[in-house]
Write a protein that binds this ligand. Structure first.
Ligand code: ZN
Length: 265
């Protein structure tokens, strides 16, 4: 090690792949390791064979098609997850703790992270380049799912989610595992210097490539999280499987990322 090298990172950022779920009537991929180790269903919808399986509620798509895809998704999940919760996301650092809700589809307003310790509740965020951040309490019931673009990352949505989960669950960040899911990679995400400044606190004179997941991993380690994994997939590189806001020029579809521990009605 020569002077000026960064300190060796105590924790490695381990790649983990979302694996397509065979036999599901809707296109989705999940983390097999999280199912085995934590009993958690952690996944994301895909474009599907026809490339049009968009779940976007706030995009310019015919409502009937979106509604039909949502109904198919909910039917597939219903026996394990009677309740689904999502929110109109606003690129903030606001998160909410959810107690057991009534069965059904619950839509909140104006926040970007969901936390719970309840079984049978599926947490959902909408993404298409932004990073879905999955949090699980490794030996306890706590779960969290956050939506982080550059604004949420800079604003501290990861920190807010980890703190709120630890407060509620009574543990520490070292009790958690964090997965940084399918999202845009650094090579595909060029941003202006003002964005780099907001996220990293470092100046730049021109456009820079911003790796949001690397930034989020640094933030997770700084909080004391030891187990951090990152998706192998980039929404733009892997545009055949996933929707990319950037890759489509802004008018593409949306995926939903989801997380929960099953518990039937
Ligand atoms: Zn990429």
């Amino acid at each position: 090690m020569t002077p000026g090298d960064p300190a060796p990172q105590a924790n490695a950022l381990r790649p983990l792949a979302e694996v397509p779920v065979a036999g599901a009537p809707v296109p989705l991929a999940e983390l097999a390791e999280w199912a085995e180790r934590y009993g958690a269903v952690a996944g994301i919808t895909e474009r599907g064979e026809r490339g049009d399986f968009s779940m976007g509620l706030w995009s310019a798509e015919p409502a009937l098609g979106v509604t039909e895809r949502w109904r198919a998704f909910r039917r597939w999940m219903a026996s394990r997850f009677p309740a689904v919760v999502m929110a109109h996301q606003v690129h903030s650092a606001s998160v909410r703790w959810h107690r057991a809700p009534e069965p059904g589809w619950h839509l909140g307003d104006g926040y970007d992270g969901h936390l719970t310790a309840e079984r049978g509740l599926l947490l959902v965020v909408t993404v298409a380049d932004c990073i879905p951040i999955y949090l699980v309490e490794r030996a306890g019931p706590g779960l969290g799912l956050l939506h982080a673009g550059w604004r949420g990352t800079a604003g501290g949505v990861l920190e807010a989610g980890v703190r709120a989960l630890c407060e509620r669950a009574g543990g520490s960040p070292s009790d958690l595992a964090v997965h940084l899911g399918v999202g845009i990679c650094g090579a595909c995400y060029e941003v202006g210097p003002e964005v780099a400044w907001a996220v990293r606190g470092e100046g730049a004179t021109g456009p820079v490539h911003l790796d949001l997941r690397a930034e989020l991993a640094r933030r997770a380690w700084r909080l004391g999280v030891e187990e951090v994994t990152v998706s192998r997939y980039c929404t733009a590189h892997d545009g055949g499987r996933f929707f990319s806001h950037r890759g489509s020029g802004g008018d593409g579809g949306r995926m939903v990322a989801y997380l929960g521990r099953p518990g039937g009605a």
